[in-house]
Design a protein. Structure first.
Length: 456
């Protein structure tokens, strides 16, 4: 470990500039995702079989759940790398990257080994007509082969965020999406591979992204502090204490993600119990939350990197400044989203659907969607704080408590006020996430004076 202290911004203005410098490239990277989805939708929508679009949608949902479940590879890597970066621990930086890549490849190999049951079982649970299922199977069977590289991309992105190299992360995301768009047009229109070609294009893009990521890490190795650590050793990479810490962090984030997914699944199920119209209206309005996430992700990721670096450097002042400034900008962003939704939400709903009955139903619940960014912002940002500090046990415990509370609230409030009660329960769930994590927050600063402990 170098004795040189990590340099943090020296003034309040520098802190604000640094947070925005980290956040905006991530926001731009997120904005490329809807463009890619729109291209896939347009290509599938112009195929001769009308079931093709449903197949791509179904396959996309399957992979969203499958890969989102392994999102701990990105988040856990960011926290560990950010702390090593703040501590100027060259060997720690190198080993955190390599250990996470080994784990990603191991998980990817298991996914490939079990790809038949995973795809078949997952698609059967999602339903759809026989034709839609056939197209979804073609899409999924082509896309699955890039699983180890797709998970490796999570690790590389997590490493870049932890090192605060966000512009390189933006470059990689843009590259992956650009390759995907070009290859899908080539495979579908030049080689006539249909829906399978759409899935294969995503697999090729994952491979291209991983290749560029590794190339960029290699080409910039001269400037990387890891170079001063010397070559890695298997004994160091497989050290029981380091492996145990990584696995505990990833386990906690995985369980936290399962609880979060389960809560939104329960929301969808409770909406479906009230009829197809309510289910569809809720689905339309949840797009508003997705739009907000694209924007606020930048500040959550910035807080992961800055908090991790402050914890690694054991600098309480930097910790407090990184949380305060990130929270301020995230709150400003959330207020802007709420204002736009309140003023222009009806028009946005009109862009998402042209069905008059559905539009009217969605508009009736619009006030809840407009309040949701303000209710979500504290929990959203503090997720990043706890990930950066690798306080994943508290993060998981908080999510378990909040998810159980949400199910109880949803059950009771829906019985009282129908779908309005269900939206109120979701709003309270988001507020509770921020409240519980806020109560746990002082532990991070308090424990900076103590020796770092694994898995905490």
């Amino acid at each position: 470990m170098s004795a040189t202290a990590h340099r943090f911004p020296a003034s309040r203005a520098e802190w604000h500039r640094h947070v925005l410098f980290l956040a905006f490239p991530i926001v731009l990277a997120n904005l490329t995702q809807p463009i890619l989805a729109a291209v896939d939708t347009a290509v599938a929508g112009h195929l001769p079989d009308p079931a093709a679009l449903g197949g791509v949608a179904l396959g996309g949902v399957l992979f969203s759940f499958l890969f989102w479940g392994f999102g701990f590879l990105r988040m856990g890597t960011t926290g560990l790398v950010a702390q090593a970066h703040g501590a100027r621990d060259a060997a720690g930086l190198r080993d955190a990257l390599l250990r996470a890549l080994l784990l990603a490849f191991a998980i990817g190999a298991v996914v490939l080994l079990l790809h038949g049951p995973l795809i078949g079982g997952g698609l059967s649970l999602l339903g759809g007509s026989e034709a839609v299922q056939a197209h979804a199977l073609a899409y999924s069977s082509a896309r699955i082969w890039s699983a180890p590289l797709a998970l490796g991309n999570y690790v590389i992105l997590g490493y870049l965020l932890g090192r605060q190299r966000v512009r390189v992360g933006l470059l990689l995301q843009v590259w992956i999406n650009l390759v995907n768009i070009l290859v899908v047009l080539l495979l579908v229109y030049r080689f006539d591979l249909g829906v399978g070609g759409i899935g294969a294009a995503t697999a090729v893009a994952d491979g291209a992204g991983f290749a560029l990521g590794i190339a960029l890490l290699w080409l910039t190795r001269e400037r990387a502090p890891e170079r001063s650590a010397g070559p890695p050793s298997w004994a160091g990479l497989l050290a029981p204490a380091a492996l145990s810490r990584m696995m505990l962090i990833n386990r906690d984030i995985f369980l936290r993600t399962v609880c979060l997914l389960g809560s939104f699944a329960w929301f969808a199920r409770a909406g479906a119990d009230q009829g197809d119209l309510v289910l569809a209206a809720n689905a339309v309005l949840l797009n508003f939350q997705s739009f907000m996430a694209c924007g606020l992700d930048g500040f959550a990721h910035a807080s992961e990197a800055l908090v991790g670096a402050a914890v690694g450097a054991r600098d309480r002042a930097a910790l407090r400044a990184s949380i305060r400034v990130s929270m301020l900008w995230a709150a400003i962003g959330a207020a802007c989203f709420s204002l736009v939704y309140a003023l222009a939400g009806e028009g946005i709903i009109g862009l998402l659907t042209d069905q008059a009955e559905l539009r009217a139903a969605a508009v009736s619940y619009l006030p809840w969607a407009a309040l949701l960014p303000l209710a979500s912002v504290a929990g959203f940002l503090l997720d990043g704080v706890f990930i950066g500090a690798t306080r994943t046990r508290e993060l998981m415990q908080a999510m378990v408590l909040c998810s159980i509370s949400f199910v109880v609230l949803a059950f009771g409030l829906k019985a009282l006020w129908g779908n309005h009660g269900l939206w109120l329960a979701l709003l309270l769930f988001m507020v509770l996430r921020g409240l519980v994590l806020g109560l746990m927050l002082p532990r991070i600063a308090r424990d900076l004076a103590l020796p770092a402990s694994a898995g905490t």
